[in-house]
Design a protein around this ligand. Structure first.
Ligand code: SF4
Length: 416
């Protein structure tokens, strides 16, 4: 079983603000995670809670855990409840109004679960869920059914996951997720990465983490020294608003990059949080300045209790039009919708192609001009050298998901 620091019950009146604790405490990631704010009483010491927040805190705690590091809470606007940090971290009453179309498992992950800790949906990559706790419980989380509980993956679960990955040669790419894998001790994480790196067909390791955003002190020298032993290794983090790009968070990202770890970012488009061209441009430019590559901009998933945070698809596409061409291409993430039920990521980038035939394509530029592109005369796109370069190399195995493991999908909890 994986052991994590547990939030202690705070003494009444104890302060969780930066100026009231020593630098050594504030900069200690274990202290941050051990003092997460979890109740209205604790949050009221940091911000003036609005009625909709008080209602949300009272009504939704049993639906999804509440937990915010003192560092992330320190980014909250103490006065304005429309603060993008507060909207992501403090539940609103709307979270308790669950609509018929909302799902527990919007991405259909539970039906692609060949081992207790593995989700295998796509042909050549898997999610490896190594922990069930986070450094924040985001109100838009699409995996709320799995995180924040009290049943962390056991050592046997993780061994079963490692075994499945080792005996499935199609898997080239393993994404450690959860929960937040950086909540594991550095030693434990180093061990798991080492086990994965020892599997010959695993080419790429990735870690999905929100700790650079909510607990940047976790990205310390000990961690980066351990991570750099397992290249090629990538980190994807999750900034949603420029307000999160503090000097501390930017320095954390730079420490990863300086260790040779490319850092990408997945933003969730959240209504009222970042659903304006201005806030998206500020975020995306700020990420690139911090040496973080914007990767995905996600349409919100249809997960229970999040209808109030989702942005209409047509609005998302219109926002995208305010990015493409207007800011550096390095800043542009792919706008995708994760199709409900497990259909996978589908780009919903607006089309700039207006007409296409054998002679020409007519496109619309980002400024709205119609421009003609003449088609080439030759249409055969075969690559003759493929037969030479790939001689004797088996073709990709494009079987989907866990079909290889016994020819079927197993429900969660089944033996591997
Ligand atoms: S950090 Fe990720 S897994 Fe954890 S609550 Fe937030 S979105 Fe969900």
């Amino acid at each position: 079983m994986v052991h994590l620091p547990l939030a202690p019950s705070l003494a009444p009146g104890a302060s969780l603000r930066r100026g009231d604790v020593s630098d050594a405490q504030w900069l200690d990631w274990r202290w941050q995670l051990g003092h997460m704010l979890t109740t209205a009483g604790e949050l009221a010491r940091v911000v003036a809670l609005a009625p909709e927040e008080l209602d949300g805190l009272a009504g939704s705690a049993h639906l999804f855990r509440i937990g915010i590091t003192p560092y992330y809470a320190s980014l909250m606007d103490p006065v304005h409840a429309s603060c993008p940090i507060r909207l992501q971290a403090i539940p609103r009453a709307a979270e308790t109004r669950i609509r018929d179309e909302e799902m527990r498992d919007p991405l259909g992950e539970d039906s692609h679960n060949p081992a207790p800790s593995v989700i295998h949906k796509y042909p050549d990559r898997v999610l490896f869920l190594v922990v069930d706790r986070c450094g924040i419980y985001c109100r838009h989380c699409n995996r709320r059914r799995l995180v924040g509980g009290d049943e962390p993956p056991t050592t046997a679960d993780l061994e079963a996951g490692l075994d499945y990955i080792a005996r499935t040669p199609r898997i080239r790419d393993v994404l450690l997720s959860g929960g937040d894998p950086l909540l594991l001790s550095t030693r434990r994480l180093d061990y798991l990465l080492g086990r994965l790196r020892a599997i010959r067909h695993v080419e790429i390791l990735r870690i999905g983490t929100r700790l650079p955003v909510v607990c940047p002190m976790r990205i310390d020298g000990e961690l980066t020294a351990a991570l750099r032993r397992h290249h090629p290794l990538f980190v994807n983090t999750h900034f949603n608003h420029a307000r999160e790009l503090t000097p501390e968070a930017r320095a954390a990202c730079e420490r990863l990059v300086d260790a040779g770890i490319p850092v990408g970012n997945q933003t969730v488009l959240l209504r009222g949080v970042n659903s304006s061209v201005r806030s998206l441009r500020a975020l995306l430019r700020g990420l690139v300045r911090s040496r973080v590559r914007p990767y995905y901009l996600f349409q919100g998933d249809t997960v229970i209790g999040t209808d109030h945070l989702r942005t209409p698809v047509d609005a998302a596409m219109e926002l995208y039009r305010g990015l493409r061409g207007w800011i550096s291409g390095m800043c542009i993430p792919e706008l995708v919708l994760d199709a409900p039920g497990g259909g996978g990521k589908v780009p919903i980038v607006p089309s700039y192609l207006e007409q296409l035939d054998a002679d020409r394509a007519v496109v619309r530029s980002y400024r709205g001009e119609r421009i003609e592109y003449p088609q080439p005369r030759e249409r055969d796109c075969t690559v003759p050298y493929d037969d030479i370069y790939f001689a004797g190399v088996p073709a990709d195995d494009d079987r989907e998901g866990s079909a290889e493991a016994g020819g079927g999908r197993m429900p969660i909890g089944s033996p591997p």
